[in-house]
Design a protein around this ligand. Structure first.
Ligand code: AMP
Length: 176
């Protein structure tokens, strides 16, 4: 997916030394690039019934909202702890140093609903794994995950596939 990958900017040593930050704002600000990205994120799941699209804070909101519009489904935000106003459930996941929590509203997904999960990038897969657990705890069926970027050396895709969830990525970058 070169036309997508070419439009992603890499910022070295952001937010800390040693990290190659994959910045999708350069892709999003490009009309054709943004449209192509959303089309591709949707396409791999053609033919599968999707009731809801769930997006992970915060770049997953931009992409997930557009994907939900295109599929004519509802959109569900999965947010960092303390941001959602109604009753929530949460999942803790490990970071390189410490841990973090993601939350979902208890009424966001109904039992039996088929959900597509969207975010910009998969690294360790820890965030997506926590998001999948939240959706499953509400009785939802995660029919797939779509990401723009895979960092295959880190192995997140395998971790999600081991949960029995199909993973789509549009491009890959070497390293971390
Ligand atoms: P992980 O839980 O390790 O798969 O990390 C995925 C989350 O962290 C996504 O929401 C990404 O937006 C963000 N992220 C992790 N690594 C990078 C990176 N190198 N560049 C940009 N975003 C990243």
């Amino acid at each position: 997916m070169e036309h997508v990958k070419d439009r992603i900017r890499t910022i070295t040593d952001y937010p800390k030394p040693g990290i190659m930050f994959r910045d999708i704002t350069t892709l999003l600000q490009d009309a054709r690039g943004f449209r192509k990205t959303v089309d591709e994120l949707v396409q791999a799941h053609a033919g599968v019934r999707i009731d809801k699209v769930a997006g992970i804070e915060s770049r997953g909101f931009i992409l997930g909202g557009a994907v939900a519009h295109q599929l004519a489904t509802g959109f569900v935000p999965i947010r960092k702890k303390g941001k959602l106003p109604f009753k929530t459930i949460g999942e803790t996941y490990a970071l390189e140093y410490g841990e973090d929590v993601v939350e979902i509203h208890v009424d966001a997904v109904k039992p039996g609903e088929q959900v597509l999960l969207v975010d910009d990038l998969i690294a360790t897969g820890g965030t997506a794994q926590a998001a999948i657990k939240l959706i499953r705890r509400l009785g939802g069926d995660v029919i797939g995950c779509s990401f723009i970027i895979d960092l295959p050396e880190i192995g997140g895709r395998k971790r999600i596939e081991a949960m029995g969830v199909k993973v789509l990525t549009l491009c890959a970058f070497e390293g971390h």
